[in-house]
Design a protein around this ligand. Structure first.
Ligand code: ZN
Length: 239
């Protein structure tokens, strides 16, 4: 995409980067656009702590394989958010089965987690001179998290810009994409190299399983996250 390369956006961005498929697509999206991109991860005692290792592998692989992006990729930040374990009791942070609650939300839901994450991201961005926050939230993945919705995040953008008294833009490139389209976005941004990197290094499985490599990547193959990732991959391959 030569046009995108020559018209680089001079703003500096901070990508909420978990090491999963979605946030890796967002990181590639940001690296293609912005002159300088930093990453932020949260350690909240999640079961799939293996994600935190995947983050570093993904960053390393991106640097090796995409020289332009390597020049733009800046510092990584990791925040200890284990206090979330104190205010939630869900399948993400304790040894319980994943099931739906009375509101139709999976019990992997940590209430308003993304709002908390964006508050911390805004504080770091302000300190680092970054003015764009990029997150992989999406309304089309059927999990129903209200803190992932477009209106929620537009309200968050306004609250942060006012509260910091500095322009802060929240970008959510996956908001209206389904999982098949997220694979297609990765292919458009980084071709086969980014697809292979996504399969090999990103992590999605709620159970932290990385024993078996499937066509779509590592995972137990059974949890809701694996199921969504597998179905998206298969739909993309078939398209
Ligand atoms: Zn799984």
């Amino acid at each position: 995409m030569p046009a995108a390369v020559s018209s680089v956006d001079p703003r500096r961005a901070l990508v909420l980067f978990s090491g999963g498929q979605d946030s890796t697509a967002c990181l590639a999206w940001a690296l293609q656009r912005f002159a300088h991109v930093e990453t932020l991860g949260f350690d909240y005692g999640q079961r799939h702590a293996v994600e935190l290792e995947c983050r570093l592998h993904v960053r390393h692989a991106l640097r090796l394989q995409f020289p332009l992006w390597a020049r733009r990729l800046g510092e990584d930040h990791l925040l200890d958010m284990t206090l979330l374990g104190q205010i939630s009791d869900t399948a993400m942070t304790s040894e319980r089965a994943i099931e739906m609650n009375a509101q139709g939300l999976p019990n992997t839901f940590v209430p308003a987690r993304n709002l908390l994450f964006f508050n911390f991201a805004g504080a770091i961005a302000y300190r680092r001179g970054l003015s764009v926050l990029v997150g992989g939230m999406c309304e089309t993945d059927f999990s129903g998290y209200p803190d992932c919705r477009d209106n929620t995040l537009k309200a968050m953008q306004v609250a942060l810009s006012l509260g910091l008294d500095a322009p802060m833009v929240i970008e959510t490139p996956l908001m209206w994409l389904d999982k098949a389209q997220t694979w297609a976005l990765a292919e458009a941004l980084g071709g086969d190299a980014l697809i292979d990197l996504t399969i090999e290094h990103t992590h999605t499985c709620y159970l932290g399983e990385r024993e078996e490599l499937h066509a779509w990547g590592y995972g137990c193959g059974l949890c809701p996250a694996c199921d969504l990732r597998r179905r998206g991959y298969e739909a993309w391959v078939a398209s």
